[in-house]
Design a protein. Structure first.
Lengths: 256, 256
């Protein structure tokens, strides 16, 4: 790992394929979804109507791999892993997408809850997937997003186990970061979200839940990928879940 | 005036033409901009890139005059005054726009600072244009918005004089409402915003500034109208400045 976001991106660009939780602590991370210009309004409206899972941090100009979140970055190469989608089906999971890029692609950078993990750690709250060295567990829920144009789909959540007496602190700390998912959407009771078994996440890896800990669920920027599956746009590129774009933006920028 | 938002809309629908500050206190008010579907992405992206002046509360489906902010309302008739724009020029200021409406129009409802005026009044801070019974003064500034697609233009601000010892309270109170412009963008020093004379606002009416009061400036939802003038889309419908859409949404819904 490295503490420097540009160095992190350089390592990913060189082919290092790893989940990014814990990388460049103190810097915001972002989800990626890129679609043809013809679908960009639907994605932006879907995000506007579902701001909790889809808080938009930046939108690129058509065809450009540049983002205001990191001046020297190239969105086609600087994430550790990508997913390429054809008609809503996962077609490839490459390390870079230069060959797939198109002149009409508009990329959306969406806030990621990894951004408030450094403040959680600073408050003495263990972030289990970081201490375990695994990817964060993520789950499809039974909560439909508000549809927008041709896009619909369920909300996806990430889960972190939190000691019962620190749940209020985790709510308060993450709640200060509304543009990177903010406060949890659900605390405890996974069945009420339609999650049958925490040990089998839909994305990422399971984590241990210790005695006295409660599963806490945050809205997740993988939600657009669930919408791709449900709505079948002809083409899309996303990050691979947990393998985020590391920005140059300090996390305190998003604190309110 | 009336305290009931549906009654307010009924009176405006019947032809009552009046600025809406102070109407239905406790309910959010909204700016309107409707553009052809072909321009909707530019407007939504402009709003995403300029969230302080353009916080989006709702976006309608093409052609629909219905909004989630007030189930029984008709956006074509229920505002007290409208503006119709052709190629960036003001073409009409009618009381209703049924005859101008088009099947491809997408309407954006954008947060309005009138929403936090009730909390300001409740804190004992006089809102001058309400006590004077006039329209709020609004000014074009020298601050460019971040362009989006074909849209560009300067930020517009509203101004309220606040006693120097209550400025911090006004900041704190309005800051709790980020989706209706939130905290001020500028306090004092109008010349630094490019405002030469507070007595001659670009929109609305001037207000008295009493000794010991400071002019406080909030980002304003008339900003899209300045963008229409600068960017000249072929067609648009907006509210007339200060003549807002009164919603059924309690203002505390937007408090954080």
């Amino acid at each position: 790992m490295t503490a420097d976001p540009a160095d992190a991106r350089a390592r990913f660009r060189a082919g290092h394929r790893v989940p990014t939780a814990g990388w460049a602590p103190g810097y915001a991370q972002a989800n990626l979804i890129a679609v043809p210009r013809d679908w960009a309004y639907d994605v932006l409206l879907f995000a506007q109507r579902n701001p909790k899972p889809c808080p938009v941090l930046d939108v690129t100009d058509p065809g450009s791999p540049r983002t205001a979140l990191a001046g020297d970055a190239d969105l086609r190469t600087d994430l550790p892993a990508y997913r390429v989608w054809l008609d809503g089906e996962l077609a490839d999971e490459p390390d870079e997408v230069t060959g797939y890029w198109r002149d009409d692609l508009v990329a959306f950078l969406i806030g990621c809850s990894f951004t408030f993990e450094a403040p959680l750690l600073a408050a003495g709250i263990d972030v289990r997937h970081i201490s375990a060295g695994t990817n964060v567990p993520m789950y499809r829920t039974n909560r439909p997003c508000r549809p927008a144009g041709r896009l619909r789909g369920p909300m996806v959540v990430s889960m972190r186990p939190v000691p019962a007496d620190r749940v209020a602190d985790a709510v308060r700390i993450s709640g200060r970061f509304p543009s990177v998912h903010g406060a949890p959407v659900h605390v405890g009771e996974p069945a009420a979200l339609g999650i049958a078994d925490l040990a089998t996440p839909d994305f990422g890896d399971p984590v241990e839940i210790r005695p006295g800990e409660v599963p806490v669920f945050w809205a997740c920027g993988v939600t657009p990928q669930a919408a791709i599956t449900a709505s079948r746009p002809p083409f899309a590129i996303t990050h691979a879940p947990g393998h985020m774009f590391v920005t140059d933006v300090p996390d305190h920028t998003y604190a309110v």
